[in-house]
Structures are given as structure tokens and as C-alpha cells.
Write a protein that binds this ligand. Structure first.
Ligand code: PLP
Length: 428
């Protein structure tokens, strides 16, 4: 099944035909952004050729734009398992989250508390940390640095009656750890706090069910799962409709429009909807070969999306184990991530004794192996792991279009210490 998936899927991505220094490019930088299939490119193209206009005009392209936006909201409603007026589009996750923090700030007073976490990306920390300027207390739930997991006990200890917001990460873009956000939401709601879940990294790997999690708000970014560079927010209607986000006078005062300032990135949204369609198509094509889980039964788009993500996760899990085993054999490499058995994504990070992450990524990049280095904006986690001054981590992300052969190339290159040393010595 896995071979069929990767063989089929690779044909859909024109960028995979590119080469670097004569090497076929291996995009192992997925957590920083995925490659885009032809259907997404076509949707962006098609929008710009046939529907390009602003909204709510009495002419064809404007009507088509209205229709496209409506359909895109429905696609993301299926992606999140919510209703279409709970889907909000924006520039990116970070910008949307700053706007959300601004809106929730209007509901808070001096001395109220916000809890953020050490495992979060700065996109789910910075917007909340700025509230300190308004007298809001901001506390951090700690990460267990041995296991790279969030300490639920610490989070629970920090929750109190004055806690108004808990902002938590669903899956770490730095080390791949998946956090039990349903549990966090339950704990937060028990003290009356609003919950914000950052599913930006998670969204590419497992299906999201906001009804099941129960969160008030959740974010993802389409460019992390086959789409263009836009952010998407789920906002529970009954919660958002009571807030007062910043908006201009002619803007509608009800969800979702009340949160969407200015003209949206229409072509990006058209592409994002096509990215959801791509996941669903993969579910329809390959999901049938899976054991029939309750989620993968029935031919609705929601079920196809869930099936698609199960297919991706199974494929990635197998390759993740292959990669981890290969890296473990290189004695200068130290892997940072959750313990075996803990829920995780296919993102694997490590350090290489004797070389900085920058040097290793540079060396691999010359061989057509695209990997990230640094802190990936998960700056607090990298700091807590004691790696800030050493340049952070080297991060490999496995997407459904990656193959075992690409990982073998990566492992072989990392094993080739002589070549690495020579490469680095010419640069130092
Ligand atoms: C886990 C996580 N959260 C938030 C963000 C920020 O997303 P955006 O670039 O859409 O602001 C990223 C981006 O890398 C991320 O990986």
C-alpha cells in the first residue's frame, strides 16, 4: 500500500522534478512548508484567470469569488469538523493569533491570567505574552526536557479561577511531540478559561476534530499541508460572536466576517480549499485499503479527509521509524523527541556532535537534501533543551511525497563524516 501511495502521490507534485547540483531534490523541510500538488497550482491559476474580483459585486467574477469563498469555508468546515461560519481566513496563523489576543484582551482586566507553554511555537506565545503590558499575568507550563513532552501536572497546578486563556500546542514543529489537547481544553474549561489550540504542525499529519476536542479556537496554516501561504482559524461561533475584535465600520458584525479585516487572499484561499480536496482525494483513493475505522466509513468529504490523514500518518510512521533507526546508528548524533510509544508526528530533530546545525544543513543542502536548522521559532523549547547557544537542532520532516530512498540518501550523507568534515572545513 505504501509503495502505491508514494508512487502515485509523487506524480502530482511538479516541484519534485527539480534537481540541485545534479541531485534530485529531497524536500525534507515539510514542517516549514509542504510542496504543492498540481491541483492546488491549478486552483490558484484558475481563480486568477476566471474569478479574480473583490466580493459582493453584481458581476460574474465577483459572484464567482463569493461562491469560491463559500465553498472554501465548507471545505475547511469538513477539515475541522465545524460549521462553515466558524471558519476564518487570514494572512497566517501568527497574525490571526495577534488579532485574537487583541480581541480577548478586551475581555480581561489587570491581574487576569494567561497560560502559555514552553513547547509552543512563538506564534502561540508572542501574541499572549504581549498582554503583560496590560497587566495580565502570563505563566508558562513547563516542558519535561527528558521526554520533550508538556507537563500536564504543571499545567494543572498553574490553572486557577483567574485563568482566562490557555494557549497550547497540538504537535511540536520542533520535535514532533503530540500533546493531549482534549485533556488541556477540559482542564482549562473547568476554570472558565478560553482555549486556543495551535494545530499548525499537527494538521498535516492527523485529522482535527474541534467538536471532539471542545476547544474555543484552533489554528492551522494551509502552506503546512499542500496549500498556499495563508492561515485558517476555527472559532466557536457562540464564543466569537460575543467578542469585540478590531474591525472597520462597514464590516459585518457577526462570524465569520467580523474577524476578517480587509480583502482576503482569494487566490490563496482557492488553493487552500484545493489542498483540503487533495487530502480528501488521497483518502478516497487509498483509504479503502485501510482497516475500516469508524472515521473512514461513509463517503462524505469529512470521512475522506480523515481517511487521507490516516493513510499519510501510517505511511509517515513507517518512514519515521526507519529514519530514527538509521540516525541512532550514528554515534555522534543525538535525537531529541518524545519517547517510543508517545504520540508523535514524522518530524525528527537531532544534533551532530562536532558540527553546528547550520553546517550540517548547509552540507545536506548541497546534496539536494533540504532540511531545516535552528529553532524553527520554537525558541523557548530549544532554549530549555540547552541548545540555543549551539545553534539549535537539525530538523527532518517526512511528508507523504518523501520516500525511503530519500531517507537512505540522508542517512548515508550523515554517515559520511569525512565528506562532512571536508565540506565544513572549506567553509570555516
Ligand atoms: C507549530 C507552529 N505554530 C505556528 C506557526 C506559525 O505559523 P504561520 O507561519 O502561519 O504564522 C508555525 C510555523 O512554522 C508552526 O510550525
Amino acid at each position: 500500500m505504501t509503495e502505491t501511495l508514494s508512487t502515485h502521490i509523487r506524480k502530482e507534485f511538479p516541484s519534485l522534478a527539480n534537481t540541485v547540483n545534479g541531485y534530485p531534490v529531497a524536500f525534507l523541510d515539510g514542517p516549514g512548508g509542504y510542496q504543492v500538488p498540481q491541483t492546488v497550482i491549478q486552483a490558484v491559476d484558475d481563480y486568477l484567470i476566471n474569478s479574480n474580483a473583490n466580493v459582493e459585486g453584481m458581476f460574474e467574477t465577483s459572484r464567482k469569488t463569493d461562491q469560491m469563498l463559500k465553498e472554501a469555508r465548507c471545505a475547511f468546515a469538513d477539515f475541522f469538523n465545524c460549521s462553515s461560519d466558524e471558519v476564518i481566513f487570514g494572512a497566517n496563523m501568527t497574525t490571526l493569533n495577534f488579532s485574537l489576543a487583541q480581541a480577548l484582551m478586551r475581555e480581561m482586566t489587570v491581574g487576569d491570567k494567561v497560560i502559555i507553554t514552553e513547547i509552543d511555537h512563538e506564534g502561540n506565545r508572542g501574541p499572549w505574552e504581549q498582554l503583560r503590558e496590560r497587566g495580565v499575568i502570563v505563566e508558562e507550563a513547563v516542558v519535561d526536557t527528558e521526554t520533550c513532552t508538556l507537563s500536564m501536572a504543571d499545567l494543572e497546578r498553574k490553572l486557577s479561577a483567574g485563568t482566562r486563556v490557555v494557549a497550547v500546542n497540538y504537535a511540536s514543529n520542533a520535535v514532533g511531540t503530540i500533546t493531549d489537547v482534549k485533556k488541556v481544553v477540559k482542564m482549562a474549561h473547568s476554570v472558565g478559561a478560553f482555549t486556543i489550540v495551535d494545530a499548525v504542525h499537527y494538521a498535516a499529519h492527523r485529522s482535527i476534530d474541534v467538536r471532539e476536542i471542545g476547544t474555543d479556537f484552533l489554528f492551522c496554516s494551509a502552506y503546512k499541508f499542500f496549500g498556499p501561504h495563508i492561515g485558517v482559524m476555527y472559532a466557536k461561533k457562540e464564543v466569537l460572536s460575543k467578542l469585540r475584535p478590531m474591525r472597520v465600520r462597514p464590516q459585518k458584525s457577526y462570524p465569520p466576517d467580523m474577524f476578517e479585516t480587509g480583502t482576503l487572499h482569494h487566490e490563496g484561499i482557492a488553493g487552500a480549499a484545493a489542498a483540503v480536496g487533495f487530502v480528501a482525494d488521497m483518502g478516497a483513493k487509498f483509504g479503502k485499503q485501510l482497516n475500516k475505522t469508524p472515521e473512514s466509513r461513509g463517503d462524505t468529504r469529512r470521512n475522506r479527509i480523515v481517511a487521507g490523514l490516516i493513510v499519510f500518518d501510517e505511511y509517515e510512521a513507517e518512514l519515521t521509524q526507519y529514519l530514527i533507526k538509521g540516525l541512532e546508528k550514528i554515534n555522534k548524533i543525538k535525537i531529541y523527541g518524545p519517547p517510543t510509544g508517545h504520540p508523535r508526528t514524522s518530524t525528527v530533530s537531532f544534533t551532530y556532535d562536532g558540527f553546528t546545525p547550520y553546517e550540517v544543513a548547509d552540507y545536506l543542502g548541497e546534496r539536494g537534501l533540504s532540511v531545516w536548522h535552528g529553532d524553527f521559532f520554537a525558541a523557548r523549547l530549544v532554549e530549555r533543551l540547552g541548545l540555543r547557544d549551539q545553534g539549535g537542532l537539525i530538523r527532518v520532516g517526512i511528508a507523504p511525497y518523501n520516500t525511503r530512498e530519500e531517507l537512505t540518501r540522508l542517512i548515508d550523507s550523515l554517515n559520511d563524516t569525512a565528506a562532512l568534515k571536508t565540506f565544513v572545513s572549506t567553509k570555516r
